[in-house]
Design a binder for this molecule. Structure first.
Ligand code: ADP
Length: 588
């Protein structure tokens, strides 16, 4: 039996709680359900007492009251909690007013309306001001109307002794209801206050945490409200904690006055603030300041206005100031280094240019004089002397080639003219024409697919093709060297390949060969200077690309090099200029 009653109690208490948003609302619904049950349980004995006393009208009205109350529970069970509450106020008021009319003034039943006037305070949260207002009005209005019409409704009333009996019967109910209601309202508000203070505590804790985080940042941060009064100042902006505290609520000018500072020192900041407010977007500006010690300080000032979600009402203004003196100084130094480097590079280039020309002609003379000497004294010179001359001529020629290659290497990343669209097919054709003697000598076959037009310096492409095709023929022992030139185009780059059927390269040398003066063979085996692939690597790098080889000994080699489309694509609006100092030029 007790378990059954307990089950009913729980079922009634929990009715409609599923629709609740939070624990407080859930508790409110549970309390409403319990209050409803208590009220109904009070009315039921009243109903029977009226029957026992023979007050039929009173019994009918109490029954109506109980039925009205039952409807409240139906609303709540269906999840319409607010509708249930409004209906509760209406039904209680309606029933009470009718009872007061038909039972007579001396029953003082109309006093119940003063109790129902308290109900909205229990039913609704303080923030639902309109519901509370109408709820109270729904109790006060019938009371006023009742009192103004009492002289005209006296005829409906019960005899005076019956009225007094009802008064005595219901008086304790009135007192009980009052105490219960006051208790419920008090309890509800206590829970609400507790929740609010907990939330306030959480918010204050979070605010303090964020402030501590902002204090750790080595950037001056200040926030203003919509009146441009300080709302927060971090410790980097103002060191003194008391001053920071004092500043809250003050304006920029108050601060300058208190610190006896010239208000114009904040003029730049003010200007940015009004610019950001005018544009409704964040604004950043660099400012150069002169400190008291007459040293220069560079700062980056920024202002970021924060608006409500409609983007209309200004909520806050965040201002920050970052000391960028060290960055500016580093930038200045870097610029100086770049200029210096460019100058040294130019000097070096002129030096290499001049020495290569100056060295080449005497070397050519030495070789031709030696050869002339050999021809003139062919009969007089013994075999050793002839061999010596031959070796010397070979060395001089090698030296001559080396000087030429070093010069090529020094100019591989220079191009003083702006890059122009160049047809790679024509460049390759031109290179092959220049190499026609070597190609014919070795009976080589060079095939090529259709190549794109690129925005490059023709000399650079010529150097790449000449070195790679030259090597493909040179490092090849087959009766017919076969070379294929191809180009694949991806979204980001051009991938060129030069494939041969030559001697191939062992895996451990695939990186090394791109370094200057790195050779895998002696001059007796294959002539060369070890500069060609280093020139190719330098050119590819200057066009934002790279070079590599895929090869196996005896299986031929495929040399790949790429050009970035950002630089070499003629369709892209890239005003790129290849020069020996381009990397530094970008950095500065
Ligand atoms: P060089 O040809 O003047 O020696 P390179 O820088 O052009 O200098 O080449 C470096 C080395 O890479 C060469 O000595 C050679 O051993 C190797 N090499 C270059 N191209 C090929 C190739 N196509 N096949 C095999 N080996 C190659």
């Amino acid at each position: 039996m007790i378990r059954f009653l307990n089950h009913i109690w729980n079922s009634i208490s929990d009715a409609g709680t599923r629709s609740s948003q939070n624990a407080r609302e859930r508790n409110g619904i549970i309390l409403l359900n319990r209050a409803w049950l208590i009220l109904t349980l009070i009315q039921v004995p009243c109903f029977f007492q009226h029957i026992l006393n023979g007050f039929w009208l009173s019994a009918i009205m109490t029954a109506g009251y109980i039925a009205g109350l039952a409807l409240i529970h139906v609303f709540v069970r269906l999840g319409h909690v607010n509708a249930g509450k409004i209906w509760a106020i209406i039904v209680i008021n309606l029933n009470t007013t009718l009872m007061a009319v038909f039972f007579g003034e001396q029953t003082h039943l109309i006093d119940f309306l003063m109790l129902t006037a308290l109900l909205p305070l229990y039913f609704f949260e303080i923030k639902n001001r309109m519901l509370i207002f109408w709820g109270i009005l729904a109790s006060i209005l019938p009371t006023i109307i009742y009192h103004s019409i009492t002289p005209y409704i006296k005829s409906f009333a019960l005899p005076l002794d019956a009225q007094l009996t009802i008064y005595h019967t219901t008086n304790w109910v009135k007192q009980f209801c009052l105490v219960t209601l006051l208790y419920l309202i008090y309890n509800k508000n206590a829970a609400y206050e507790k929740e609010v203070s907990e939330k306030e505590g959480d918010l204050t804790g979070q605010k303090k945490l964020y402030e501590r985080i902002l204090d750790q940042i080595p950037i001056d941060i200040v926030t203003y409200n919509s009146d441009l009064s300080f709302t927060y100042v971090n410790s980097s902006a103002v060191k003194n904690a008391n001053t920071r505290q004092w500043m809250i609520g003050k304006k920029n000018n108050d601060f300058f006055k208190a610190c006896e500072m010239d208000p114009s020192s904040g003029a730049e900041r003010e200007r940015i603030i009004y610019e950001a407010l005018g544009r409704k977007t964040p604004v950043e500006r660099e400012e150069t300041l002169f400190t008291k010690n007459n040293t220069v300080k560079h700062v980056m000032n920024g202002v970021s206005p924060v608006y409500d979600k409609n983007g209309e009402e200004l909520l806050s203004l965040i201002c920050y100031s970052v000391d960028i003196t060290h960055i500016k100084e580093a930038e200045k130094k870097l610029k100086e280094y770049a200029i210096e480097l460019e100058r040294k590079n130019d000097d070096m280039h002129h030096f290499v240019n001049a020495t290569s020309h100056d060295l080449k002609s005497p070397l050519r003379n030495i070789a031709s004089h030696l050869q002339l000497l050999e021809r003139k004294n062919l009969n007089r010179l013994d075999a050793d002397s002839l061999e010596l001359i031959e070796h010397t001529v070979k060395s001089v020629k090698h030296l001559n080639r080396l000087i030429g290659d070093i010069y090529q290497y020094s100019v591989a990343d220079r191009n003083d003219k702006p890059l122009e669209k160049t047809d790679m097919n024509e460049t390759l054709e031109h290179t092959l024409r220049e190499m026609s003697e070597t190609i014919a000598e070795r009976n080589a076959e060079v095939r090529c697919n259709i190549l794109p037009a690129l925005k490059v310096a023709e000399t650079h492409m010529g150097m790449l093709f000449a070195n790679l095709i030259g090597n493909a023929i040179k490092y090849n022992t087959s009766s017919q060297p076969r070379i294929t030139v191809n180009c694949e185009i991806t979204n980001e780059e051009y991938i060129f390949s030069v494939a041969d059927n030559g001697i191939g390269i062992a895996p451990e040398y695939r990186k090394q060969i791109f370094e200057i003066f790195q050779r895998l063979h002696t001059s007796a085996e294959y002539t060369g200077t070890g500069v060609g692939l280093a020139i190719c690597s330098k050119i590819a790098e200057n066009y934002g690309g790279k070079i590599w080889v895929e090869s196996e000994p005896g299986q031929g080699s495929v040399f790949y090099f790429t050009f970035s489309k950002n630089i070499a694509d003629p369709e892209r609006n890239n005003d790129h200029h290849i020069s020996g100092n381009q990397k530094f030029a970008i950095a500065s």
